[in-house]
Design a protein around this ligand. Structure first.
Ligand code: DQA
Length: 167
C-alpha cells in the first residue's frame, strides 16, 4: 500500500468513502421488535444510504456482523481506507471495550447511531463504551437516523478536507 493510499481520499483525490457498520441482531431489522425498531429492513436502509451517497458524491460501504471479533476486524481494516465510520454497535454499545479500543486506534472520525432513544429504555442501555471516542451521536430517529448521519458525514468530510487544504 502506498503512503497516499493509506491517507484517504483527501490525499488521493478519490471519492470519499463512508463505512456503515451494524452490530448484532440488526440483520433482523424489519421483523425484530418492530414497535421499537420499525419495519424498515437493513437491506432497505443500505439501499437508501447508497442512493443518498450518490446524491452527496460519497461512496457508501456497509458491513453487519453478529460477532464482536468480526466487527473489530472490519474497524481495523478501515484505517487509511475510509473517511468516516457510521456505527450502530447494537448491544455491544453497552459492553464492548474491544470495539471502543478499535475505534480509538484507527484515527477515523466516527458517528454513533441508534435507532431507538436508548435513554427512554432500560438503564443498562444508558451506558455507551464509545460515547466519548466518537465525533457525534444520533439516536431516536429510527432508520432515518442513518440518512441524517450520512448527511452530517458529508459535511464533516468536506470541512476536514478544506481544513487540510488550508481553506
Ligand atoms: C440499538 C440499541 C441497543 O440497546 C440494542 O441492543 C440494539 C439496537 C438501537 O439501534 O436502538 O440492538 O443500538
Amino acid at each position: 500500500m502506498t503512503i497516499q493510499a493509506k491517507m484517504g481520499h483527501g490525499h488521493t483525490g478519490g471519492v470519499p468513502t463512508v463505512l456503515v457498520i451494524n452490530g448484532p441482531n440488526l440483520n433482523l431489522l424489519g421483523t425484530r421488535e418492530p414497535e421499537i425498531y420499525g419495519h424498515t429492513t437493513l437491506e432497505d436502509i443500505n439501499r437508501e444510504l447508497i442512493a443518498l451517497g450518490t446524491e452527496l458524491a460519497i461512496r457508501v460501504e456497509s458491513f453487519q456482523s453478529n460477532s464482536e471479533g468480526a466487527l473489530v476486524d472490519r474497524i481495523q481494516q478501515a484505517r487509511g481506507n475510509i473517511d468516516l465510520i457510521i456505527i450502530n454497535p447494537a448491544a455491544y454499545t453497552h459492553t464492548s471495550i474491544a470495539i471502543r479500543d478499535a475505534l480509538s486506534a484507527i484515527e477515523v472520525p466516527v458517528i454513533e447511531v441508534h435507532l431507538s432513544n436508548v435513554y427512554r429504555r432500560e438503564s443498562f442501555r444508558h451506558h455507551s463504551t464509545i460515547a466519548d471516542v466518537v465525533e457525534a451521536r444520533l439516536m431516536g430517529f429510527g432508520a432515518e437516523g442513518y440518512l441524517l448521519a450520512l448527511r452530517a458525514a458529508a459535511r464533516m468530510i468536506k470541512a476536514r478536507a478544506e481544513k487540510r487544504e488550508g481553506k
